[in-house]
Design a protein around this ligand. Structure first.
Ligand code: XMP
Length: 544
């Protein structure tokens, strides 16, 4: 069946995944492709609409990313955003040049609510400033709202057939449309949340202008995927490395629903998991759990600790942990013999970031299962989540009946506690950090739940990632009448959206104090608790 879809042509801007994300929030399926994708390939995809993203270049520069005129002549609705808007004008005969005023940040924009793009957008406004270049259409811009601007160039003359349907004090063409040809251009960024009604604008485009029915939903994704997996796998055998993280767990759930015992999950417990985590994974996916599959748990902690003995350097630890994973998995895979498919929990941002989808290619190796395919005897890779964003993966997880704690769990690095113990990793240190981390998370969760019960919403300090780490520092303390010489635990809690930058989360002092008291009292080998309030940058979220 030809799935209704909108495609995003990526011109290298930083918000491109967001564009696709917002379109999917309108229940319209959307994929990102490089602007280098040729027209025949685009036509063959039969998109209901095309969105051109922003990008770092100037359209009039030699060699700047471009697209041929035919893209705009297929009769398929096209929406250009920022660079995409300028490109549309440039290619169709308008003029783009350096703007007299560079606009950046939250900006008041006046839109024309008669335009399909801005239907029901903004509040009626009586004071509408006109920018320097006066265009008669501005009088029709009757409604004000806030947008996010970020541009050096501007559209100084629109291509034939276009009218301006939005402007700001400094930008005469903040949006343009050629209704007859279904072409729309927006200078600002409707995809970022600072454009308060941006999602409504994108909704107007994909649902009203492109005419998408909006039937992209996670329950239908789960149902369709199960069918597709069954068709693809037939009677074949599938092997999956299950880490207990969200992605591999959802992949396991989905595959299990589709093919049951034809799926084998190998769960390597490297002894660097959080307290009780190995048992929790087993409780969900093991023989006593609700999922029909073959579950193999490998308790490999001794092997890992032996390999890590005496190693202090963080990257070396990461490498050893990664390589040992491959060794252990390879041994298990040999016992199973040839399989037809190796399943992986790759998700859409991994695909886009590895340069396969869009243009903003930050090559990121798949750190947790890096190199695995080279060591397993299989015919084909199967990646059931490769079209989903993280929050869609979570939704699919809930649809599949995975526990909420697992579906919404905070990120946990592949090398696990190995990179939360500064210096050499030993079984004794792992046990200390597991216990301290458990207490910290328990108290933060308890305080957050109490706040939520009282106020009906999560506290503003609720961290997106929080854990305890073990510093390599030992210091003198007193416990009762005795002198101690023990380790210092570091508490780290950050608020972040993308994990690329982060702020220290402002956990209430009384919570920290409870945590400190409990850790010192309950965890042997610790006599100090430190709180790390460094933001990222300059720090990283993990300590190693
Ligand atoms: P940093 O420490 O780089 O962390 O600020 C950003 C996010 O990435 C996670 N992280 C890792 N995840 N393998 C992983 O799978 C790693 O080696 C690794 N190092 C950091 C970290 O937990 C945070 O969410």
């Amino acid at each position: 069946m030809d799935k209704e879809k909108v495609i995003v042509l990526d011109f290298g801007g930083q918000y491109n995944q967001l564009v696709a994300r917002r379109v999917r929030e309108c229940n319209v399926y959307c994929e990102i492709y490089s602007y280098r994708t040729d027209l025949d390939t685009i036509k063959a995809m039969n998109p209901k609409g095309i969105i051109l993203t922003g990008g770092p270049n100037s359209v009039y520069e030699e060699g700047a990313p471009s697209y041929s005129r035919e893209l705009f002549e297929m009769g398929i609705p096209v929406l250009g955003l920022c660079y995409g808007a300028q490109l549309m004008q440039h290619v169709l005969g308008g003029t783009v040049e350096k703007a007299p005023v560079r606009e950046y940040g939250k900006t008041e924009v006046f839109v024309n609510t008669k335009s399909e793009l801005f239907k029901s957008v903004g509040k009626a406004s009586t004071s509408i400033p006109t920018p320097d270049i006066s265009l008669p259409e501005h009088a029709a811009n009757n409604s004000a709202t806030q947008c996010w601007m970020s541009h050096n160039d501007y559209i100084s003359k629109m291509a034939e057939g276009f009218i301006s349907v939005a402007h700001t004090a400094d930008c005469p063409v903040a949006a343009a449309e050629n209704k007859a040809r279904n072409l729309y251009a927006i200078q600002f960024h409707p995809e970022v949340l600072h454009t308060i009604e941006g999602t409504k604008m994108l909704y107007n485009f994909v649902r009203n202008i492109c005419g998408c029915a909006g039937d992209w939903r996670m329950d239908s994704f789960v149902e369709t995927s199960i069918k597709e997996i069954r068709e693809k796998v037939g009677n074949g055998k599938v092997l999956l490395a299950l880490s207990g993280g969200v992605d591999s767990s959802v992949a396991a759930g989905l595959l299990s629903k589709a093919i049951g015992k034809q799926l084998t999950c190998v769960f390597v417990d490297h002894g660097l998991l959080r307290k009780n985590e190995g048992d929790e994974v087993e409780a969900i996916f093991g023989p006593k759990g609700d999922f029909d599959l073959n579950f193999i748990r490998v308790n490999a902690s001794d092997r890992y600790y032996a390999k890590l003995a005496g190693v202090e350097e963080p990257e070396k630890k990461r490498k050893i942990i990664g390589e040992e994973f491959i060794r252990v998995f390879e041994e298990e895979a040999k016992k199973i013999g040839t399989v037809d498919f190796l399943a992986q929990g790759t998700i859409y941002p991994d695909v886009v970031e590895s340069g396969l989808g869009g243009e903003s290619a930050v090559i990121k190796s798949h750190h947790n299962v890096g190199g695995l395919p080279d060591y397993v005897d299989f015919k084909e890779i199967i990646e059931p989540l490769r079209n989903l964003f993280k929050d869609e993966v979570r939704q699919a997880g809930l649809e599949l009946g995975l526990p909420r704690e697992l579906v919404f769990r905070q990120p946990f690095p592949g090398p696990g506690l190995g990179i939360r113990i500064i210096g050499e990793v030993t079984a004794a240190k792992v046990s200390i950090v597991q216990d301290a981390d458990y207490i910290f998370r328990e108290e933060v969760d308890r305080a957050a739940a109490e706040y939520e019960n009282e106020h009906g919403e999560a506290p503003s300090w609720m961290p997106n990632q929080y854990f305890a780490a073990l510093s390599n520092m030992r210091s003198v303390g007193v416990m009762g009448d005795e002198r101690t010489y023990d380790y210092a635990v570091v508490l780290r809690a950050v608020r972040t959206i993308d994990f690329m930058t982060a702020e220290s989360a402002n956990i209430p002092y009384d919570v920290l104090q409870t945590v400190m008291n409990r850790i010192i009292k309950e965890v042997r080998g610790v006599n100090r608790t430190l709180v790390d309030i460094t933001s990222k940058p300059p720090g990283t979220i993990e300590l190693e």
